[in-house]
Write a protein of this length. Sequence first.
Length: 181
Amino acid sequence: MNKHTIVTLLATSIVALFVSACTTAGGEEWTTHSSETLGISVDIPNEWVFKEENGELMIADSEANLDAQNISTGVGIVMQSESLETMGVETMQELLDFFMGFMTAEAPVEVVDEAQTVTINNLEAAQARVRGEIEGQNGTFTMAFIDKGDGEAILALFVDATVTGDSTATIDQILQSVKTN
């Protein structure tokens, strides 16, 4: 082999590794979005859209869902900062339990995944997943609180209103990508 062939093979391998690192198992390409307001970064599929307003980061699988009051089909995400002191709690689990109780008090929901303490990118977190209707929105809801430190948490609320409800893997990958800046 000559040097040109070796360099070409090496370059091809590097490009293949880069593309592989930027895609999911399903073949989607992803990008990282940083929110200075929330002090986090999150990975989302390239074709998804996002906007920040009023201290919230909103992400959706389409422009229509980004601005929808209720999503008829697709995925929407809202992330915002919450103060543990303001809520009168000390842990992510207590914060999750408080919000889940509030959101599901009068909602006909089925628990898909019980509230549990988890780790997201080495950060303490708590998450749960329910299915049903909450405030007029049907779907599967994933709620997580991620400890930012200094008494602050990131609330990440996902709604999967896809016909098949099969966006769980994508939602979990987005959630697992959240990092503090």
